[in-house]
Design a protein around this ligand. Structure first.
Ligand code: GLV
Ligand code: MN
Ligand code: MN
Length: 416
């Protein structure tokens, strides 16, 4: 696989290298049936993405390393230097995710570096491109594991307790992929060396499209979380069990899904049951267990609290009525993130001022890192707003505008 220009040779423009890298990455982890991506943490597809990242780093003469949490870094300049400028995103995906969520940021980062070399930029600060591990949490249920560990927002003990749907533990999965799960933990010295982190990401709604601009800046990330609902009833025969004798967990689950929609509407929030597991999952059996995951988000914490409490109350009431036991576990939570004004204003100045500034309901590594490092985000227009779907899309011209914007930002931050 060819990467960027060799050290010492004039580099391809960011536009050329973006198109080449995009085509290289496109087949990795794409499901032939759905066209969606299945790049889950510590699987073969994830390993192939990681190999691709390492190759891009090495082809550009960058210093490649993985940190104690398995996040990948490609350094121009001294990895131990201070006040580094870091850009990047993630390469993993949700089930049948789109091509852009994550990879757009990583590919644009390498392309922006190529563009700066093409411009003959002289770097005065260390620059790194990062691929943060397990951003989506598709396999172990917790999002942003790599950045949370680094920032001390997830302990090693809690990470070691994570299990995937097959019961494989996170440490086992990391070990199988060739990483040391005992090494994971906070990385304050590394984060202290970072003076600015800028993540470019495809916008995941239509807010930017509605402004008519190809590129925007992030203001805030809504508070959001995931709650697991276990409805435990009694498995039995679908044909012979009288309705009156049933303890069917599907019924309170169904009522809870409707309650989530209703409560989200009332509070001006969003709430989704997008994942469900049924045991034994037989067409002619009353389930013994229905496990559903609530994802809920809102612009402010009190609206989110209201929705989450109301959905749980409705679920308990429905479960009681059916003689079903209910356990609710909060699997993850991320408070509101307000990106600092200083870095955002600096980016706006570097990009010529008149950029839209948008909040988002999507979570990002940038949100996690913002607690430790000055952080900003660039969004690239998504004309349909579709994301977490194979139909996710951003136009080639807009992606290229994103690369130029990121290059301008990195030039302003790292080359002054
Ligand atoms: C990540 O993309 C999330 O917001 O779920
Ligand atoms: Mn995502
Ligand atoms: Mn993402």
């Amino acid at each position: 696989m060819s990467g960027g220009p060799d050290r010492g040779r004039p580099s391809a423009s960011g536009a050329d290298s973006f198109s080449r890298m995009w085509a290289e990455l496109a087949p990795i982890g794409r499901h032939p049936g759905t066209g969606g991506y299945r790049r889950y943490a510590w699987t073969g597809a994830d390993a192939d993405c990681r190999t691709w990242f390492q190759e891009q780093a090495e082809a550009r003469g960058l210093t490649y390393e993985t940190d104690r949490n398995g996040n990948q870094w490609a350094w121009l300049g001294d990895p131990l230097g201070s006040d580094a400028v870091v850009t990047g995103s993630h390469l993993d995906s949700v089930p049948d995710g789109g091509a852009f969520d994550g990879p757009l940021g990583v590919v644009s980062s390498f392309a922006a570096l190529d563009e700066l070399r093409h411009r003959g930029a002289r770097f005065t600060r260390p620059l790194a491109i990062a691929n943060f591990g397990d951003e989506e949490g598709a396999r172990f249920g917790l999002a942003c594991v790599g950045s949370r560990l680094a920032a001390g927002q997830l302990t090693r003990e809690a990470a070691h307790r994570l299990r995937d749907g097959e019961g494989v533990s996170l440490p086992q999965a990391m070990e199988n992929a060739g990483y040391d799960p005992d090494a994971i933990g906070p990385d304050p010295e590394r984060l202290a060396r970072i003076g600015a982190f800028v993540e470019l990401h495809v916008e995941q709604g239509r807010a930017l499209d509605l402004t008519g601009h190809p590129v925007g800046l992030a203001s805030a990330i809504w508070p959001h979380g995931r709650w697991r609902y276990d409805f435990a009833g009694e498995g039995n025969h679908a044909g012979t069990t009288r309705l009156a004798d049933r303890r069917d967990p599907m019924l309170p689950y169904a009522e809870t899904v409707l309650a989530a929609r209703r409560e989200a509407e009332l509070a001006g929030a969003v709430a989704t049951f997008g994942k469900v597991a049924v045991e034994p999952n037989g067409v002619n059996a009353i389930p013994s267990l229905v496990r559903g995951w609530l994802d809920s988000r809102a612009a402010d914490q009190s609206a989110l609290d209201t929705v989450v409490a109301a959905v749980e109350a409705a679920a308990r009431e429905a479960a009681d009525r059916q003689g079903v036991d209910l356990t609710v576990v909060r699997e993850s939570f991320t408070p509101v993130v307000e990106f600092g004004h200083a870095l955002r204003d600096e980016l706006a100045k570097l990009l010529g001022g008149e950029l839209p500034v948008l909040g988002t309901g999507a979570g990002h590594d940038a949100g996690i890192l913002s607690a430790s490092v000055p952080t900003a985000m660039l969004f690239v227009r998504n004309p349909t707003g579709v994301s977490h779907s194979p139909a996710e899309h951003a136009g080639e011209d807009d992606c290229q505008a994103g690369v130029r914007a990121l290059a301008d930002v990195l030039e302003g931050l790292a080359c002054r």
